[in-house]
Design a binder for this molecule. Structure first.
Ligand SMILES: NC(=O)c1ccc[n+]([C@@H]2O[C@H](COP(=O)([O-])OP(=O)(O)OC[C@H]3O[C@@H](n4cnc5c(N)ncnc54)[C@H](OP(=O)(O)O)[C@@H]3O)[C@@H](O)[C@H]2O)c1
Length: 246
């Protein structure tokens, strides 16, 4: 599909203002017209500036129905219908369950899992019409390993992998693949608050002996979005330096 289309295919990347999402947006802009989202106008403008002619920044809060639908309306006004959707936006609100506040539980669920529902559903119709689509969801190594202090986050990441398999069944006959990428320990704002001791402890468990780079995740997403991955669906691709092996 990518090779034969006259117009570049549009790819939507949520949470493209920083970290892994920024690297994914940059990498996909080699092959697609990328719509990258941020939660603020400034963030959206920075994405527009960074992507230049190959993309556009847009404000979208994936935990908010109205924000998602107004972003899709803007895309529709611009005649942009993403056939590649990368659900990258995600947050943590870590706490032991015993101390976890309801707000910490709900914010993580509404963003990481609710966001998937809000963002993917409106994109499906165009993919079905095109009889081609790629949906890639960011999970995490902790979905399989578990992690103390992250019951809310881990629940969403395990849920994302289940969602991925269920939707893969639903849309396979329309030429749409649905996969997940599960990063391990990646250098980004999400891991920036860890103490040197925590980093050292973590790295001792990583056979490849280093934190991953955001570009390592972007490469995996680009593979799943590309034509070489057309026969892969419902799968979770682990990119974790060997921290967890299935
Ligand atoms: N870093 C890791 O080690 C690691 C490991 C495993 C999995 N992951 C997963 O990879 C993904 C990206 O992680 P990261 O480390 O790059 O995170 P990050 O640096 O903290 O960036 C988070 C991104 O999500 C956006 N975002 C936050 N809340 C949002 C909301 N309500 N609506 C829409 N966008 C929102 C942020 O936008 P603003 O800039 O506008 O706030 C930002 O672009 C996440 O799903 C995370 O769970 C990361």
């Amino acid at each position: 599909m990518t090779e034969t289309s006259a117009e570049p295919i549009a790819a939507l990347v949520t949470g493209a203002s920083r970290g892994i999402g920024k690297a994914i947006a940059q990498r996909l802009s080699d092959d697609y017209f990328v719509i990258g989202t941020a939660t603020s106008e400034d963030g959206a403008q920075a994405i527009t500036n960074a992507l230049g002619a190959n993309g556009l920044g847009l404000v979208m809060r994936v935990d908010d129905d109205e924000s998602v639908s107004s972003a899709y309306s803007e895309l529709s006004e611009r005649s942009l219908q993403p056939l590649v959707v990368v659900n990258n936006a995600g947050i943590t609100r870590d706490n032991l369950l015993l101390r976890m506040k309801t707000a910490e539980w709900q914010e993580v669920l509404e963003t990481n899992l609710g966001g998937l529902y809000r963002v993917v559903k409106p994109a499906l119709r165009a993919m079905m019409k095109a009889r081609w689509g790629r949906i890639i969801n960011l999970s995490s190594v902790v979905a399989r390993m578990g992690n103390a202090g992250q019951s809310n986050y881990v629940a969403t990441k395990a849920g994302i992998e289940g969602f991925t398999r269920a939707l893969a069944h639903e849309v396979a006959s329309r030429g749409i693949t649905v996969n997940a990428v599960a990063p391990g320990f990646i250098e980004s704002d999400m891991t920036a608050d860890l103490t040197p001791e925590q980093v050292e402890l973590m790295l001792a468990r990583v056979p490849l002996g280093a934190m991953g780079a955001t570009t390592d995740i972007a490469a995996a997403v680009a593979f799943l979005a590309g034509s070489g991955a057309g026969y892969i669906t419902g799968e979770t691709l682990h990119v974790n330096g060997g921290l967890h092996m299935n």
